[in-house]
Design a protein around this ligand. Structure first.
Ligand code: KIV
Ligand code: ZN
Length: 522
């Protein structure tokens, strides 16, 4: 095989966002897309435009604003889906792609679609042709490909390529495949479809991690002729997630001896930054021992290892942490730093902020600067995450007082203001008792806001170093409709950070209720 360039197709904003509780607002998606462009991925799958007005707007805005990568929108083989995707990616011009999918496996044909093989081929071909009327670059995915009869899969691939598909993606939708078997399937397709062999169309792979094989399967596919890998930052995605971008990239770079000089265009130095941004925006904490981007990925605790590292780094380190963006500490800012310094640092961190954003962030920066000695880049990033995660503040926290101790019933007094209320009713105060100070504060908030949130997940992380580190709390709350609403809050006081995170979730819930996403399902 001559062409050894692997196309990195990032689906963090589509499949990744399908992860429960990972949903992002427009600003958050735009920041992630901008970072993906800095990471130099080849394709950004920005969403599923027909699903909601919010998804459409996100894909459309990203197609308009983010330069460099191809911008792709997902669609079923249904005209309304394809047209929505076509309109959404239009601002990207020649860099717009439509990704159409239709299930091909027997189980999906018989039980989900109730369609015969011939009907599936007809619909797939029609879908590709319709997408071609919008853009030149059309990708087709036979959903559940790894459980599809191989002969039929070959037939589908030949038909969609003939109809104009430039990329055919072979999804292991339910994470069923194992590397040898999946590699053999890709080889069969590569050898059976002349356009794959000639390079006129390319094979893509999209692997889920239900058995923990997503990365191994993707790499086995690459060894057998696939030239596009679909993956997500931190491996987030539906159920157990997708293949992790950072692992795919670093495996091929680090083991280029084995992967026979295969290359990709990703700027590895942006990996850690991308991981942190996605984790912060989605509220999904990265496991400490996660390869490449986990806190412990390059930490050596055993004395023998530390000794070896000091003598020669390569004795226990197969990658240099700096090559993926670890360890670039800048001088921290302090309360004496001015607005211009904060603006420069925000820009340096890659955030595109308006003057109004900088003014709001500078006010928050000053509050933190008064409480802690140094404001690190991680603190600033947490402030930005909080700022762009903000929704119209129906409720705002004015005052919080908590009493707790070994001999005391934890009690919280909370004062909130409600937007839009007449002056006299605007300030509301109540108290709550609970199993602990956080529980007491959340109960008081529930009483005041008349919501009944069930806390489904709670995580606290120290944003930066030192005893005065900013604590960032992320909560996932179910307000009774089965949806998980994410809330985030940061403060040097972790009870306050918890109350702010919960209130952020309440405000998001109330805001979604008002602007209820209109499903555009046909
Ligand atoms: O997992 C899957 O099959 C998908 C398709 C839409 C490509 O996400
Ligand atoms: Zn998927």
């Amino acid at each position: 095989m001559k062409n050894n360039r692997i196309i990195i197709f990032d689906t963090t904003l589509r499949d990744g966002e399908q992860c429960p509780g990972a949903s992002m607002n427009l600003r958050e998606k735009l920041e992630v897309a901008r970072q993906l462009a800095r990471l130099k991925v080849d394709v950004i799958e920005a969403g599923f435009p027909v699903i909601s007005d919010g998804d459409f707007e996100a894909v459309h805005t990203i197609a308009k604003e983010v330069k460099g990568p191809i911008i792709c929108g997902l669609a079923r083989c249904v005209n309304t889906d394809i047209d929505a995707a076509g309109k959404a990616v239009k601002p990207a011009g020649k860099k717009g792609r439509i990704h159409v999918f239709l299930a091909t496996s027997k189980i999906h044909r018989d039980f989900k679609l109730g369609k015969a093989q011939s009907e599936i081929i007809r619909l797939a071909v029609e879908g590709v042709k319709r997408a071609k009327s919008w853009v030149h670059d059309v990708e087709f995915s036979p959903e559940d490909a790894s459980r599809t009869e191989p002969d039929f899969l070959v037939e589908v691939c030949k038909a969609v390529v003939k109809a104009g598909a430039t990329v055919v993606n072979i999804p292991d939708t339910v994470g069923w495949a194992v590397p040898e078997e999946y590699g053999a399937l890709i080889k069969l397709l590569h050898d059976s479809v002349p356009e794959f062999k000639s390079g006129k169309a390319i094979i893509s792979v999209h692997c889920h991690n239900d058995l923990g094989f997503a990365v191994a399967n993707s790499l086995a596919a690459v060894r057998n002729g696939a030239r596009q890998v679909e993956c997500t930052v931190n491996g987030i995605g539906e159920r157990a997630g997708n293949a992790a971008l950072e692992e795919i990239v670093m495996a091929t770079k680090t083991r280029s001896d084995f992967f026979k000089g295969m290359t990709c265009g990703v700027n590895a130095k942006e990996i850690v930054k991308s991981s942190r941004l996605v984790s912060g925006m989605c509220g999904l904490v990265v496991q400490r021992s996660k390869a490449i981007v986990g806190e412990n990925a390059f930490a050596h605790s055993s004395g023998i290892h530390q000794d070896g590292i000091l003598k020669k780094r390569e004795t226990y380190e197969i990658m240099d942490p700096q090559t993926v963006g670890w360890g670039k500490t800048e001088l921290p800012l302090t309360k004496h730093s001015g607005r211009a310094a904060v603006a420069v640092r925000l820009k340096h961190l890659g955030f595109k902020m308006t003057d109004a954003d900088v003014a709001a962030l500078f006010a928050k920066f000053k509050e933190i600067g008064d409480k802690k000695k140094f404001v690190y880049d991680e603190d600033l990033a947490a402030l930005v995450e909080g700022h762009i995660a903000e929704v119209p503040e129906t409720w705002s926290l004015i005052y919080l007082n908590v009493t707790s101790g070994t001999q005391t019933v934890p009690t919280a007094t909370v004062t909130l203001t409600k937007a839009g209320k007449k002056e006299a009713e605007k300030i509301l105060q109540d108290a709550g008792v609970g199993d602990g100070p956080v529980d007491a504060a959340l109960k008081a908030i529930d009483r005041l806001t008349k919501t009944r949130g069930k806390l489904m997940d709670y995580s606290l992380r120290a944003v930066s170093q030192g005893k005065d580190a900013l604590g960032e709390v992320t909560v996932k709350v179910n307000f009774g409709d089965g949806e998980l609403v994410t809330g985030k809050g940061a403060s040097t006081d972790i009870i306050e950070a918890s109350a702010r995170a919960y209130l952020n979730a309440v405000n998001r819930f109330l805001c979604n209720g008002r602007e209820k996403v209109r499903l555009r399902q046909p």
